[in-house]
Design a protein around this ligand. Structure first.
Ligand SMILES: Nc1ncnc2c1ncn2[C@@H]1O[C@H](COP(=O)(O)OP(=O)(O)OP(=O)(O)O)[C@@H](O)[C@H]1O
Ligand SMILES: [Mg+2]
Length: 342
């Protein structure tokens, strides 16, 4: 599991149960059990606390990480406190698991290009060196395995039925850095129980530590599966077509999304644009309507052109991104992947 040193993060330290808390940076881990905590002077400095005093380390958000005992105060290399921690907590304090980010690709209308964007994002993030799990969460009408020419089973439906683990269902190294979990095809998978939806969120959480990104393709609209996933991911990309009906659908979807309290995680992608010049007024109008409907600015992360070669390439089992790495749509998808990485 990849770990991120906590020294990148700031923690707060305070004398147990007493305010105020002071900014502290863990600077070294000495001898396994102890941690040197630097309290910068600019923050007023922690008052002298005798050895044996119990202090608490807190995250910036106030979450209590651990109680520690001050062992000594040192002046070199920097004025700091050596605090002693209970053994099993050292790892928790010094390192936090670096979890992958989960990105849901969804949209108001069928055929807007959710799968096209999910696939593109998964492939391009992987090409950019990120470890990616691409999960086809379009329950009942999945098609990522077909698009990539992969075996269709075992699939996510079997995982949600607990017949196989997510690990066993993931097809590894489909491309360098890319694993794919195929989705379920057929009406019987289309209406999952709340237990299965709960398990779907667990699957996302299970995948995060082993990948930099978990990219999920979903079906259109506000099904329970989609709204459940809104809560379990870091970013929701809404794919809309450059057409009034599709944009109107997306607006109503965004209203529901706003009610879920997750607006800040939303971003927009406009797909199948025929001409940037013709589309610009519509895009501006769309952005204005989104602002009016939701009361928030939802960033536009991608404008993708309709590429007439996609259809013929699909008949040959090929993908635009791989066949034409410099096509304007591929370039725009690459920029989208870079946005997601940022
Ligand atoms: N920018 C584009 N240029 C050309 N063809 C595209 C583009 N985006 C999507 N397509 C094509 O449009 C069709 C529908 O796209 P896609 O399957 O990604 O839509 P979807 O939103 O996932 O649909 P569904 O709701 O049925 O899952 C596909 O054949 C796809 O290859
Ligand atoms: Mg799709």
């Amino acid at each position: 599991m990849p770990y991120e040193p906590l020294s990148n993060m700031q923690v707060r330290m305070r004398i147990k149960d007493r305010d105020p808390a002071f900014t502290a940076c863990p600077v070294t881990a000495g001898g396994g059990r102890s941690l040197l905590v630097q309290v910068p002077r600019g923050d007023g400095g922690l008052p002298w606390v005798p050895p044996g005093t119990e202090v608490e380390l807190l995250r910036k958000d106030g979450l209590r990480l651990v109680t520690a005992t001050v062992r000594a105060r040192t002046l070199r290399p920097v004025p700091s406190f050596a605090v002693e921690l209970a053994e099993p907590l050292i790892q928790d304090v010094l390192y936090t698991p670096k979890e992958g980010r989960a990105i849901l690709v969804t949209g108001g209308k069928g055929g807007s290009g959710k799968t096209f964007v999910s696939l593109g994002l998964g492939l391009l993030l992987a090409q950019q060196g990120a470890r990616v799990a691409l999960v086809d969460a379009d329950l009942g009408t999945a098609d990522i395995a077909v698009n990539l020419g992969l075996p269709r089973e075992p699939h996510l439906g079997h995982v949600l039925d607990r017949k196989v683990s997510s690990e066993a269902a993931l097809q590894q190294a489909v491309r360098p850095n890319l694993a794919v979990l195929p989705g379920a095809m057929g009406a019987k998978w289309g209406d999952p129980s709340v237990w299965k939806l709960g398990h779907l969120l667990t699957v996302v959480q299970e995948l995060r530590p082993a990948y930099d990104f978990v990219v999920l393709d979903s079906r259109a609209g506000v099904g329970q599966d989609v709204t459940a996933l809104w809560q379990g991911v870091d970013r929701v990309l809404f794919v809309t077509i450059d057409e009034p009906a599709s944009m109107a659908d997306t607006l109503s979807l965004l209203q529901a999304f706003g009610e879920s309290g997750r607006l800040r995680s939303g971003a927009l992608v406009v797909n199948r644009v025929h001409s940037y010049r013709d589309a610009s007024d519509r895009l501006l109008g769309f952005a204005r309507s989104v602002r009016e409907e939701t009361g928030k600015e939802i960033p536009l992360w991608g404008v993708l052109q309709e590429d007439p070669r996609v259809h013929a390439l699909a008949a040959e089992g090929k993908l635009l991104i791989e066949a034409y790495p410099l096509a304007p749509t591929t370039v725009a998808l690459r920029q989208l992947a870079a946005r997601v990485q940022a």
